[in-house]
Design a protein around this ligand. Sequence first.
Ligand code: BV8
Length: 247
Amino acid sequence: MDTKAIKRAAEILRDSRHVAVLTGSGISAESGIPTFRGKDGLWKQFRAEDLATPEAFARDPKLVWEWYDWRRGIIAKVEPNPGHRTLAKWEEFFHEFSVITQNIDGLHAKAGSKNILELHGNIWKVRCTKDKNVTENYTVPLTEIPPACPVCGAMLRPHVVWFGESLDTGILSRAFGLSSSCDVMLVIGTSAFVQPAASLPLRAAESGAKIIEINPDPTPLTSYAEISLPGKAGEILPAIDGLLQKE
Ligand code: BV8
């Protein structure tokens, strides 16, 4: 770990009042959830367009639900890691602290974070395809695939945002609002490939915020970062916290 850069990151954070964080699947990797494009990336096994699009669901809802049931099975067995837990702790440490996540795994909330914007939905929520009613469902494995709406019997779908679908406008405008007003944006565990999420750090940078990136690999955002910390979130975040708590 680059201790000098970590020290610098702690200094920048200590002088900040409003911190916003953008996370991707990389922050959940150390919990045992495969990332999308990592070596065990989800997409290598399944083509995104085959499973995470409204067209795929219309074509073969059973196949899409079998994939989400498989992912729910993995997520149900894992726990948040020190990366998630440090961010939850910092909600009390900073004047204003918000987590904006692309992850649908619910691990930030499980770690105790309260101030979360789930850009792409949540795998533990289902939505009725007829009356659009959203409910929580933690049944693993699902007893019926595809599952039916307990109210009207119509088919349920995962309450997630698929490719080609727009994000919730309220959530998206709040995310851009936080990006425009934060002093620092931590960008953790994302390949910064999927839009509009990948534009949030650009909005933050153009609004004068300092970008601190945590990722073992460089990304399209690395050149915008004040500090780029090449490493694992579950190791680097506690190290920064150690310095912050010291003073
Ligand atoms: C939309 C939910 C209006 C479902 C997901 C502009 C240009 C080009 C294309 C577009 C564009 N605007 C819109 C598009 C189309 C599309 C898009 O961006 N396509 C991409 C492929 C180019 N966007 C959309 O369709 C969005 N909707 O824009 O609506 C519209 C519609 C059509 C056309 C125009 C406008 C909806 C996007 C949301 C899709 N749903 N998920 C599900 O999960 O099943 S996206 C899904 O993939 C995730 O949520 C996440 O967003 C993304 C995966 O990215 P990451 O999380 O970053 O994961 P990845 O594996 O890629 O990277 C992991 C990183 O972690 C790596 O860098 C690795 O090095 C690092 N890492 C690994 N271990 C660690 C680590 N880091 C730290 N610590 C570690 N230990």
